[in-house]
Write a protein that binds this ligand. Sequence first.
Ligand code: IPM
Ligand code: MG
Length: 353
Amino acid sequence: MELRIALVPGDGIGPDIVAQAVRVLEKVAAKGGHTLRLKSLLAGGAAIDEKGIPLPDETLEEARASDAVLLGAVGGPKWDAVPSSIRPEKALLGLRGGLGLFCNLRPAMLYSQLAGACPLRRELVEGGLDIMVVRELTGGIYFGKRGRNDEGAFDTMSYKKTEIERIARKAFEIAQRRSCHLTSVDKANILETSRLWRATVEEVKADYPDVRVDHLYVDNAAMQLVRNPKQFDVILTENMFGDILSDEASMVTGSIGMLPSASLRSDSFGMYEPIHGSAPDIAGQDKANPLATILSAAMMLRYSFNLTSEADEIEQAVEKTLAEGWRTADIWSEGMKLCGTAAMGQAVCDAIK
Ligand code: IPM
Ligand code: MG
């Protein structure tokens, strides 16, 4: 099959890690007889430097014309002083909104080989952690009206019922493929959007009678994530709560440099990226950990191309590479083999039989 993939390396370590994910994709494609059609696109600070704006029209158009997008990271202190209307982060929001990617999947897994990096007491995570955060990505306060007036500033959070319904359905479907347990997170004691959220999730639930649903307020959910993370399987929440809780969930696993993400819509198109940032301090030094991006490429094969066995193969290769002791500096511990970005990419390629 032909895989038309738009690459958006972006800034900082973005190009370093995307290059390794591409090597792994090439290896898997060659093995499975697939043809890769790759196209590199400008976004973020790199686009500001070259074109004066974070998301050139042609990037959005080329991304639209592809089957999937693999993104590295955008942003860095170099662009801290640019006006807020053209900040590098605008590229991310523009891609999410412009491509209609309303469903953001952020798996937070504890890799047994890296369990030592988990900041929680061992008994709290015994047996492993595997949480899927389903974050609404194109609505809420991120996309609401904002501004300044004489007295201050405002940001508005609004949700259409249809926006809640479609993300809820995605989450229920995912829950059905996992342990049939969904935790919906809101702030229904305060926010009207949250009351609509809760009522809508309850309505959608009728179509998924096998799924058990809990509703938690977001402050309680934040607390429960460190008190007893194993109670969670699928967490469904709106855009900003999802931003915050997904960072927390990833840190709880101790594997923040390891975690991929997928941003999806109703068809098979998706954008895939590591959840970590652009780490400009180590850019171009062969130090960055490419595993989250490699695992994002695996999610791409799974969700956009339905190449399940190829995706499994990459995920298993990553586990094998960790089991062999290969570690980039961010996940290194005593007795392990320290390696650079390229060597880690090579090790994963080698682990694919
Ligand atoms: C994320 C990031 C982005 C967000 C920023 C960079 C715009 O924090 O993907 O979680 O807030 O969504
Ligand atoms: Mg975030």
